[in-house]
Design a protein. Structure first.
Length: 162
């Protein structure tokens, strides 16, 4: 069987490369003529089986507990670094204004990030009072370093270049 295939390969393809390329080109041209009718549906509904147990569980939970919509906003300071006091206060004011908008239930920003390493606070105390960038005794330089290098926050809540 393998000898037959290798013989066909040697005889047809390697001894007639120009003919093989011509046939492949003709087949490709024929396929391209139908490419205008090609449509790819990559929606979630087409990628998941209708009777999938995980999908049914998800739909049950989504029906019981409504999901919240969210919006992502970015802020780039006009002057200075994002971690200077002026820009941090601007972010704090923006957060307060957003929270005053009807139907806004929460706002998360770099001023809300729990600082585990730079605070020096024992974990037991953190459960009661989570330190953030505006907490007493927080070194802004250490906080900036923690936020920019943490695998949890890096490129999610702030870009890696700060």
């Amino acid at each position: 069987m393998i000898k037959n295939i290798s013989h066909i390969y040697l005889h047809l393809i390697l001894t007639n490369p120009k003919r093989v390329l011509l046939v492949m080109l003709i087949v490709l041209m024929g396929m391209l003529s139908f490419s205008t009718n090609f449509k790819l549906d990559a929606s979630a509904d087409s990628l998941i089986l209708e009777n999938d147990a995980d999908l049914l569980t998800y739909r049950d939970i989504a029906e019981r507990y409504s999901t919240q919509e969210f919006i992502v906003m970015t802020y780039t300071p006009r002057e200075g670094q994002i971690f200077n006091e002026h820009n941090l206060l601007l972010i704090k004011n923006l957060k307060e204004k957003l929270l005053s908008v009807k139907n806004v239930s929460s706002v998360i920003s770099i001023i809300d990030v729990p600082l585990v390493e730079s605070s020096g606070t024992p974990l037991i105390e953190m459960a009661k009072n989570v330190p953030t960038i505006f907490s007493n005794g927080i070194d802004i330089i250490k906080a900036k370093n923690e936020i920019l290098t943490s695998p949890i926050y890096r490129d999610l809540i702030i870009s890696n270049d700060g």
